[in-house]
Ligand binder design. Structure first.
Ligand code: SAM
Ligand code: SF4
Length: 335
């Protein structure tokens, strides 16, 4: 196979160069939108990728054109060999970044800095302690806020991920945007997406249109500035005039970004997912362990990616539990 044919292009011409690797299926929070209260069935330890196998996959994907790798989970800092994995991946010519709930960030910050990691996605859904407990089914609000401030002080390029849900935190849009007044951060509001076991209901969804209406009501239409789209956009970006930071909306439910999607996901048990919403997975780890041709399988998986949300191309299909419940819970995908 020549270098050229190894590039991951699907049948719609989308080139894939961004890999999200889930390091672990476990988490120290229990976010209601992400996982069922009773947890998920965990893969047996021997079926999870080892640090060495993660390094081998990274090498393969980088050889196939990946330029950006994000480490996610579960909670990536819970992985005991996190430092070994991140050190190995930082040696590749990629932009390495992490998505975390932030609870264990303080003890990992010096290490992240030593690796030269600059980008952090930090999940925080509410600025109110009682709501944090309800939404995450755990305590930890104070620690999360301390670590958020620490990451800002230490100069990380910070994106706050905030999943909005009616009845929980939908009224906090303006409070989050106020954080961007004097801080150079980006707040990204994420539409609540349906996955197995998260009791998704359209009535809980806060849509892009509703978010923008709330922003205009609070800050005035004239203050809302639309920022240019990025090449492989994951969020539509805005800022309020005079604010240092910005905000974005990830509208995967009401206005998806599939047309420019460049993302591939590798689960902690070594399966490739060509779309966040797809229940079709290819077991790369098994094939790698048997000495088979992993690259062929990757190319095949990417090629067969559907145009929009694994075939759930309208809201009616996405809302159908018979379709979206066949997918994993988000905690076992990684976002
Ligand atoms: N534990 C880390 C964290 O929370 O940042 C990384 C894993 S978490 C699965 C990755 C991202 O997925 C988080 O920002 C989380 O808010 C988002 N997420 C989880 N379930 C979601 C859902 N149903 N709809 C939208 N976003 C979701
Ligand atoms: Fe854990 Fe992140 Fe899922 Fe919350 S969103 S339960 S922090 S994996």
């Amino acid at each position: 196979m020549t270098e050229q044919t190894k590039v991951m292009i699907d049948k719609f011409g989308r080139t894939h160069d961004y890999l999200r690797i889930s390091l672990i299926e476990k988490c120290n929070l229990r976010c209601t939108y992400c996982m069922p209260e009773h947890g998920i069935p965990l893969s047996p330890a021997k079926e999870l990728m080892t640090a060495e196998e993660i390094g081998k996959f990274a090498e393969i994907f980088v050889g196939m054109g990946v330029k950006k790798i994000r480490l996610t989970g579960g909670e990536p800092f819970l992985r005991k060999d996190f430092e070994a994995i991140a050190t190995a991946l930082a040696a590749f010519p990629v932009e390495l970044s992490i998505t975390t709930n932030g609870i264990l960030l303080d003890r990992n910050l010096p290490f992240l800095k030593s690796l030269g990691i600059k980008h952090l996605n930090f999940s925080l859904d509410t600025l109110q302690e009682d709501r944090f407990a309800a939404m995450t089914r755990r305590t930890g609000f104070q620690k999360t806020m301390e670590n958020l401030n620490l990451a800002i002080q230490e100069g990380f390029n910070l994106k706050i991920n905030c999943v909005l849900m009616k009845g929980d935190n939908a009224d906090e849009v303006a409070d989050f945007i106020r954080l961007t007044k004097n801080l150079p951060i980006s707040v990204r509001f994420i539409e609540f997406m349906p996955f197995d076991g998260n009791k998704w209901n359209k009535s809980k969804l806060v849509s892009e249109a509703e978010i923008l209406a709330a922003v205009e009501k609070e800050f005035g239409k004239e203050s809302l500035i639309s920022l240019p789209d990025e090449k492989n956009l994951t969020a539509r970006k805005f800022k309020i005039a005079g604010h240092q930071g910005e905000f974005g909306i990830i509208s995967s439910v009401t206005n998806p970004f599939c047309g420019t999607c460049n993302r591939i996901r590798l689960t902690a048990n070594g399966r490739i997912k060509n779309c966040l919403f797809s229940n079709r997975e290819t077991d790369l780890l098994k094939v790698m362990r048997e000495g088979g041709n992993v690259e062929e399988l990757i190319l095949e998986s990417i090629y067969h990616k559907k145009a929009v949300r694994a075939g759930m191309d309208d809201l009616e299909k996405l809302s159908d539990p018979d379709l979206h419940s066949q997918n994993r819970s988000m905690i076992a995908i990684g976002g």
